[in-house]
Write a protein that binds this ligand. Structure first.
Ligand code: FES
Length: 181
């Protein structure tokens, strides 16, 4: 299955959120229906693998922009980070992090951050992915449920979240295609 994001832009913050929650649901349902005859023709092991993996076309996602896709029923945030965001994420001293993790262990390519978009505290969907939403005090995402803040690497920096945003298994098929799962 290939996700084909559409674009919204902001003049003062050139990021975009490609799919809203309703769109994820409809897109996932549509993709699932389209893929069903193919998947149904596979054996049990291949069927499970087909459903567990998605391809994401990254070519329309410019630096500084972000998209959201659904993988295994969960929102996955993909951010095309700027040099400034990468530098900020890598300048943080590990001892200042509640859950110390170097940025370079959380990404396969420095410019692409891929994290689950659900707060590890109690499961709220985070803000900061859409234009105009608060990104918290550390440039990443904010959970308005109980006030957790996440940085440009998806690491918790403040609030009750017990852990960083999980990084789902992913790799790059080529420069323009991300495979999640
Ligand atoms: Fe996010 Fe509680 S659910 S801080």
């Amino acid at each position: 299955m290939t996700t084909d994001p559409t674009k919204t832009t902001s003049a003062n913050r050139p990021r975009r959120d490609v799919l809203g929650l309703a769109a994820w649901t409809m897109g996932a349902a549509g993709a699932g229906l389209a893929a069903w005859p193919f998947i149904a023709s596979l054996g049990p092991g291949a069927e499970a693998r087909a459903l567990a993996t998605i391809d994401v076309d990254l070519t329309p996602v410019a630096e500084g922009q972000a998209i959201t896709v659904v993988w295994r029923g969960k929102p996955v945030f993909i951010r095309h980070r700027t040099e400034a965001e990468i530098s900020a994420a890598r300048a943080v001293a590990l001892e200042d992090l509640p859950s110390p993790e170097p940025d370079d262990t959380r990404v396969r390519r420095a410019q692409w951050l891929v994290v689950l978009g659900v707060c590890p505290h109690l499961g709220c969907v985070l803000q900061g992915q859409r234009d105009g939403e608060p990104r918290g005090d550390y440039g990443g995402w904010f959970c308005s449920c109980h006030g957790s803040h996440f940085d440009e690497s998806g690491r918790v920096r403040a609030g009750p979240s017990p852990s960083n945003l999980p990084v789902p298994p992913h790799d790059f098929r080529d420069d323009g295609t991300l495979v999640i799962g």
